[in-house]
Every structure is written in C-alpha cells, then in structure tokens.
Design a protein around this ligand. Sequence first.
Ligand SMILES: [Cu+2]
Length: 162
Amino acid sequence: MARLLIVPLVAGLVVAAAACDRAPAGGADGRPGAVTITEAYAAEPVTDESAVVYLTIRNGTQVTDTLVGAATPIAAVAGLHRQMTMGAMTHMESAGSVPVPAGGDLRLEPGGLHLMLERLSRRPQAGDTIDVTLTFRRAGPIRVRVPVIAYADVSDRAHPPQ
Ligand SMILES: [Cu+2]
C-alpha cells in the first residue's frame, strides 16, 4: 500500500519541476543565434556609493561566450560581483569574467551574481533608466537599458508570479 501512495506525490513533483523550467523561457524574448539580455532591473540605491543591476543573459549561439566587462555613464566603476553567504555573514567579491554556456542562461539575481556600479555620478531614482554596456568576448558590446525600481519591489522581481 505504501508504494501506491508514493506515486501521486512523485508525479506532483515532476509537474512542479517542469513548470519551473518553463518559467524563465516564457518571460524572455531571446532571439536564437544571438546573445540577448532580458529581465534587467536595478534597485533604487540608498546611497550615492553604488547601485546593483540584475539581469539574465541568454546565449542562443552554439558556442560558450564570456562576459568580460561592463560600463555605464553613471558610474566610474562597473563590474561583476558574486555574493557569498557563510553562516550569518554575507560578503561579495569581484567575479571577474564569467562564462555563458552555449544555448544556456547566466542569471544575475539577488543572492548570487550581480553587476555592481560604484562611485556613481548621480543617484538613479525609481522610474529612471540606466544605460549599461555589457562586453562579451565573442558577441562584443551589448547595450542594455536597465529600469530602476523601488527597493521594496525587488523581492517581487526576484520571484515573478508564475
Ligand atoms: Cu557587489
């Protein structure tokens, strides 16, 4: 009898996993055969020091590409960071260059990789758009217009409704 009870539970898990796999593709407009950027946003910074940009990079090509750099007119320094959590301690460090797998995604999202804009020339406000250029080893520079959203809305963006 126990074995029979397991079956619907496992089937339910499989359906849930499939729904998760589909969710990112549904929200993206990546063209096949190109590197495209989707789901870009920045949280309105609370100081003039720095701002954080999240986005998804889709590599629609047959070869791995590498994100090698970033720039924006509003910050003296722009680079890829990785947030690390060890116990109660959270810190971040430069992530350098990061590969984007062929046919796959690289996600910059809260708690992991992010684009750090430092030494801002002006503080972006919710409703603004930040011009960011991402440079890839193969695809070259790709310009992204990043909407700035209120800090309180970030958690909603991190977990978009299904
Ligand atoms: Cu950072």
